[in-house]
Design a protein around this ligand. Sequence first.
Ligand SMILES: Nc1nc2c(c(=O)[nH]1)N[C@H]1C(S)=C(S)[C@@H](COP(=O)(O)O)O[C@H]1N2
Ligand SMILES: [Mo]
Length: 528
Amino acid sequence: MSTTVAEPAGTRRVAQLAPGWAGVVAAAVALGVGELAAGLLGAGASLVVAVGDLVIDFAPPAVEDAGISIFGTNDKPALVVGIVVLALLFGYLLGRAAARRFAVAAAGLAAFGAVGAGAALRSPTMDDAAGVVVAAIAAAAGIGALALLLRLGARPVADGPIDDPTDHKEGASRRGFLLASGAAVGVAALAAAGGRYLLDRSRRVLATGRADVVLPVPGEPVAAPGPAASFEVEGLTPIVVPNDEFYRIDTALVVPRVDPQDWQLEITGMVDRPFTINFRELTNMPMEEHYVTLTCVSNRVGGDLVGNARWLGVPLADLLDRAGVDPAASQIVGRSVDGFTVGFPTEVGLDGRIAMVAVGMNGEPLPFEHGFPARLVVEGLYGYVSATKWLSEIELTTLEDFDAYWVPRGWAKEAPIKTQSRIDVPGGRRVAAGRQPVAGVAWAPGRGIAAVEVRVDGGDWNAAEVSDPLGDAAWVQWLWEWDAAAGDHVLEVRATDGDGVTQTAETAAPRPDGATGHHTVRVKVEEV
Ligand SMILES: Nc1nc2c(c(=O)[nH]1)N[C@H]1C(S)=C(S)[C@@H](COP(=O)(O)O)O[C@H]1N2
Ligand SMILES: [Mo]
């Protein structure tokens, strides 16, 4: 006797899919309840984010690069979505397994929780104890939801004969199952939303902490850029990039929000007098202010991972003097609250170039995205070897004893910024024939820019006008008036630094120590 004979064709399929679906719903409940628990316990971050941090940390460089090139600056949201989707798929498999042996699925969900707990312990943003509790609660909620849903009718039809084929039990239980799983999805979504709200609220409280910061005054404030410091050309990048337009690069899935009241900077390692300094003490030290151009080693020729800002901070040398650096310490390591590290030769940090623990950016406390409450800024070094955001420790060690974050991932141990220039205008592919401004920026932090030249279609180089520099550490703008004739043309730019060295035309990829080559753009000049 078979019960399936009497049933509509679709029923069997529903019954077969049900355990997998129950698993998906259970995974959703685990994730949602996990968010809520994280919010209620003030865990600082969600489990999904903690797992994301773990993925970023362990991803092989090729995967990390692929992620960035496929998703661009959206690589972080994409990672979170990916983790959620994977968790739901995993739930599906567990649901199928549960139909045969519930213990297997329960163990799977417990393992799921264990991964979450491990990620929480490693996560820079998640509180350890709260994170483990959150993971346990999430796993328990998932197991409970799965058990409940399976009891409500997710058992496959083949589980056992039904005594009376005309009985409506099967249908009723299916309805019960659908209702229960719908309700569970609703609960999961509400819990997730509630958790997100609570986590965001705690971050908003910290935003107030930043808003309350009163920046100290530098000994010698830098002058505001005069009229000759920039050109008025539409589409040209501003000489000082506003904070909210400044490029952002970091491994942080969620931007750390550090409470300045709790923040401390430790100066440790090979020093005579290690010490710890809090935010008030740091900002009471003599301050200096400089324009410094920061750029990312990943910036391609013509790319926009570069910006210039006015930084306010304490000279690194002053902090190191106070600690007394061991002459054998050949490397300065900057460590972040999120575990990220940079490292550069001690002599570079002390050779007189601008090197500071910055607290201000363009007259404001550092934005959270750019390292509040304090970060390193070192003139002439790519960000990944120098510019630790959310700085928590400066450790003196040797070059042999420690490799910073990106070094084992295939990037150079030492990375001075290469001279580069970029064409911003014309930005579009088409321009009208006649006089056209060609303009952009050029940088060689530490050396300054002596000249910028432009040529059309590989012809003779033409000297561009260069803006009055805001110092050797800052980029300049350049401008050249082009008498554009109709047709297709290629514009090309090159810069010469303050040492008289002209930027190489030879192309090199960003890895391992920065891209080289001339920026070129193609334009179609149209008769009007
Ligand atoms: N804590 C932390 N600091 C960091 C990074 C990071 O991933 N984490 N990335 C570095 C890199 S690669 C660059 S290019 C600069 C970018 O600084 P910005 O985001 O303020 O432009 O920050 C540096 N400081
Ligand atoms: Mo970078």
